[in-house]
Design a protein around this ligand. Structure first.
Ligand SMILES: Cc1cc2nc3c(=O)[nH]c(=O)nc-3n(C[C@H](O)[C@H](O)[C@H](O)COP(=O)(O)OP(=O)(O)OC[C@H]3O[C@@H](n4cnc5c(N)ncnc54)[C@H](O)[C@@H]3O)c2cc1C
Length: 445
């Protein structure tokens, strides 16, 4: 059995790991065009500070990632975020704590009294009958009202998807929320019913000692795959025996190929083999996002919490700030502090790809305006992702359904990345497990 995996992000690596469990002796070749593994899971050390270029970690309330950590022998490097870092903030006109109890919600200045009453009225909003896809904005306006949507959902969707409520499909991005309305008639009704059934703690943010790259490196070893870094797959062809993969150095035949690359990268590889699939893949757009990390040798601000997200109505250049050194203890050397500022996304797409000097200036201005920090950072880190996060736009679900229908005619070919069924690490790991299971099932018939 010869398997090729294109892409050494978490989707490619987790798929390789699960396939290895089923096939201890298979030849698994994993191609990664960059010189580092991990894709959007990448940690950079700068003078003792650890900055995440992408993902910060994952929530512990879904079992698959924790299971993968255990199976791959990485429990000793798993770390839990500080409890004190649970406090989150939203910046609308000033910095306000995200209310975490009904009492705090009643007292928050983030919504007017009318806005709060409208949220409470969600209980009486009838469930939608149609099944057609809907934007998060339309869903939010209908169920919890305009104010709640424009403040809370707006900030949340910027933080998770670097998106905006009127350009994201609620069905594709938040299927669990849509399910609450469908199954229980509303969000409050659903949450109450679920609370009765599934009493238990919510998720805690988890990561790894010295950042996510430590896990990626260990996971890569545990796959026992032939990992070919700095090796881009440049061509994919189909033949009677399977698929022929070409790199600049070599051409090789495989029984199974998994495209764990981004949608537009997979489209390029599929352009000869299936132009209609390639066209569909190219319609999945990506938001640009940049991360600016600052390390401070001394900082008066206590960074007491997880960080903040801004609302569109705040008209700030930054999407938010993560208070890194408060979230995980080892992100900054003793007594030093660090933050990461997010810039761009769909809200301010044109800002993400500005020059490094402009990004630093925007980040400094942003933290001054939102947190009152005026100090000059001692250490700076910058990561620009021109195509950072896939947009799950209206119609995403049907598009993906069509893609996977197309795929059925290409026996032995699989698509698995964050472009289809969820962008979070938990989604990527669960979908990789499913992808590996499907490959094993298909090949055992
Ligand atoms: C700034 C940012 C912050 C985030 N924060 C979080 C977070 O806190 N929590 C969370 O759960 N998720 C977060 N995410 C999302 C999560 O990190 C990603 O969805 C996930 O890492 C994507 O993994 P992937 O393997 O599907 O894709 P990628 O990581 O994009 O990996 C694809 C890989 O394929 C390689 N490749 C592409 N084409 C070829 C080719 N032809 N030949 C060889 N190699 C190829 C690429 O170089 C890349 O390494 C964040 C994302 C970003 C951008």
């Amino acid at each position: 059995m010869k398997i090729a995996i294109v892409g050494g992000g978490i989707s490619g690596l987790a798929t390789a790991f699960y396939l290895r469990q089923s096939w201890p002796d298979a030849q698994i070749d994993l191609f990664e065009k960059e010189l580092t593994l991990g894709g959007k899971m990448l940690t950079k050390e700068v003078e003792g500070f650890f900055f995440e270029a992408g993902s910060n970690g994952f929530l512990s309330n879904k079992p698959d990632t924790l299971e993968l950590v255990k199976l791959s022998g990485c429990e000793d490097i798993l770390i839990r975020s500080n409890d004190a870092a649970r406090k989150r903030f939203i910046y609308k006109e000033s910095l306000c704590p995200l209310p975490e109890s009904p009492k705090a919600f009643l007292q928050t200045p983030l919504l007017s009294l009318a806005g709060k009453l409208r949220v409470a009225g969600e209980f009486f909003v009838p469930a939608r009958k149609e099944d057609a896809d809907e934007t998060l904005q339309s869903f939010g306006y209908r169920r919890v009202g305009k104010e709640m949507t424009d403040v809370f959902l707006d900030a949340m969707v910027a933080g998770i998807f670097a998106s905006i409520p009127n350009n994201i499909s609620v069905n594709a991005a938040f299927p669990a929320v849509v399910k609450l309305e469908k199954e229980y008639g509303g969000l409050f009704k659903g949450m109450l019913a679920k609370k009765k059934k599934e009493a238990g703690p919510g998720g805690v943010l988890m990561s790894f000692t010295k950042g996510v790259s430590t896990f990626i490196d260990r996971l890569a070893k545990a796959t026992r795959a032939n990992i070919k870094m700095g090796t881009a797959v440049v061509k994919l062809e189909k033949c009677e025996q399977g698929y022929v993969i070409s790199t600049d150095e070599k051409t090789e035949l495989y029984n199974v190929v998994v495209l764990a690359s981004s949608a537009y990268e997979s489209a390029e590889l599929l352009s000869i083999l299936d132009a209609s699939m390639a066209n569909r893949l190219n319609t999945i757009a990506y938001s640009p996002i940049s991360i600016v990390g600052f390390g401070y040798n001394t900082l008066a601000h206590d960074l007491d919490g997880f960080g903040l997200l801004t609302t569109t109505s705040a008209h700030k250049e930054i999407l938010g700030v993560l208070w890194d050194s408060s979230i995980f203890n080892d992100r900054a050397p003793n007594d030093k502090k660090s933050v990461r500022v997010m810039i761009g996304g769909q809200r301010n797409a044109n800002l993400a790809l500005k020059s490094k000097e402009e990004l630093i200036a925007m980040a400094e201005k942003g933290i001054k305006e939102t947190m009152g920090i005026d100090a000059t950072p001692d250490v700076v880190f910058i990561q620009q992702w021109e195509k950072g996060i896939p947009n799950y736009a209206l119609g995403h679900g049907d598009k993906v359904k069509g893609l996977f229908e197309n795929l059925k005619v290409h026996k032995g070919l699989y698509l698995n990345s964050n472009a289809y069924f969820g962008v979070g690490l938990n989604d990527c790991v669960s979908n990789s497990k499913k992808c590996a299971q499907k490959i094993v099932e298909d090949l055992s018939h």
